[in-house]
Design a protein around this ligand. Structure first.
Ligand SMILES: *Cc1c(COP(=O)(O)O)cnc(C)c1O
Length: 378
């Protein structure tokens, strides 16, 4: 059996090994320490914001961001249907009501104009819209040139879910820096990893200070453990931050590799009628190429995404459907949805391909060979 090819595997080298060992030997094993401070500073610089807060996951960062902007019972939060469940789950944690919005067909990101329409409708009906959360889907920035000024006009706070988008930029600004707060994830399959972790980034130091306090059990300044409100245990450990510092130093080369992998897929399937690489024709500086999605035209003579996933997995190559839209999930069966046809269509005809920066050219050749057969009808 040849080795398994994963969609997006952690890519760790000697650089990370040395830093983790340094952190271990420094005595700063837990909980916090100088690597956490350094990682926060370096991420804030990279994104282009005033500060950052290292947390145990991207989901924790979303939760704290939403609490800080006033999401809670009786409020509404607007977000794309086409996203990973974590975005919507964080809304539920706060007690707010999620309302979903359809995608654009060209890059699967949230439809900015529809998002603003949804907010207008909700506000006209008297709903208190606490926030909107655009997601930088598969590493590509959402359409902030429309969304950012539009939300500002409507008086609605933008929280950016850049969990998949670190290193991408939009009109010269880094992903994560568009909202009142931005959220990054360092989960094992993301563009860079701390094995598990996340970051809240913002220009608003007060917001970060409050989130920092909530993330460490909301402890009051007193000689004993004094608490006046509910807190969380959401901080990142010093050992994991060391892994993050190492990964961040290699982020650009990992993005470059993912971009090259996408270009190879695009070349390989350029001549096949009915096959396209999602967003490949668009300005790719807006994209860190986290995952490459292969889109199938249902009117072409091709296999179905189900068949492709099954055939590839049978050969030890991980291929997955795009995120199943939230409005189709049993968990959100009763939730309100603006539009929906585009996200449903994207889900019905797309698969994500192995995209990890550790993949060798030989492994990509193997994926392309297997796909060439797997996409045939029958
Ligand atoms: C991964 C991801 C998250 C959650 O990050 P975790 O670190 O896994 O908690 C949130 N939103 C999106 C869009 C993601 O892809």
């Amino acid at each position: 059996m040849t080795d398994h090819i994963y969609m997006s595997k952690a890519h760790v080298t000697q650089v990370e090994e040395d830093l983790v060992l340094e952190a271990l030997r420094s005595g700063w094993v837990a909980p916090l320490g100088p690597m956490v401070d350094r990682f926060e500073r370096e991420i804030a610089d990279r994104v282009g914001v005033a500060g950052a807060l290292a947390l145990s996951s991207g989901t924790a960062a979303l939760h704290l961001a939403l609490l800080e902007v006033g999401a809670g019972p009786g409020t509404t939060v607007v977000l794309p249907s086409m996203t990973f469940a974590a975005t919507a789950n964080a809304v539920l944690y706060t007690g707010a009501t999620p309302v979903f919005v359809d995608s654009r067909s060209d890059d699967a990101n949230v439809d900015g104009a529809l998002l603003l329409d949804a907010v207008r409708v909700l506000q006209a009906e008297g709903h208190d819209v606490a926030a909107a959360i655009p997601v930088d889907l598969y590493g590509r920035c959402a359409d902030y040139s429309v969304i950012e000024p539009g939300l500002a006009d409507l008086g609605v706070t933008l929280v950016e879910d850049a969990a998949e988008g670190l290193g991408a930029s939009c009109d010269g600004r880094g992903a994560g820096g568009f909202g009142r707060a931005g959220v990054l994830s360092f989960n094992g399959n993301k563009i860079m990893t701390t094995s598990g972790g996340g970051m809240l980034v913002s220009d608003d130091r007060e917001l970060l200070d409050r989130a920092r306090y909530l993330s460490t059990q909301a402890r009051q300044p007193a000689p004993w453990y004094e608490h006046t409100e509910m807190g969380f245990n959401y901080r990142m450990s010093n050992i994991l931050a060391a892994l993050g510092v190492g990964q961040l130093s290699r982020l650009d080369s990992m993005i470059q590799r993912r971009r090259a992998i996408r270009a190879r897929y695009a070349d390989a399937f350029a001549g096949v009628t009915g096959l396209d690489i999602l967003a490949h024709e668009l300005d790719d500086s807006h994209d860190n190429c986290w995952l490459t999605s292969l889109m199938l035209d249902p009117s072409a003579d091709l296999a179905t995404p189900d068949q492709i996933v099954e055939r590839m997995n049978a050969q030890g190559i991980e291929v997955r459907h795009l995120w199943k839209p939230m409005h189709l999930q049993p968990l959100f069966a009763g939730a309100r949805m603006f539009g929906g046809g585009v996200a449903e269509d994207l889900f019905a005809r797309g698969v994500n391909l192995p995209s990890g920066s550790e993949l060798t050219d030989e492994q990509i050749d193997r994926v392309i060979d297997a796909l060439t057969t797997a996409v045939r009808k029958g």
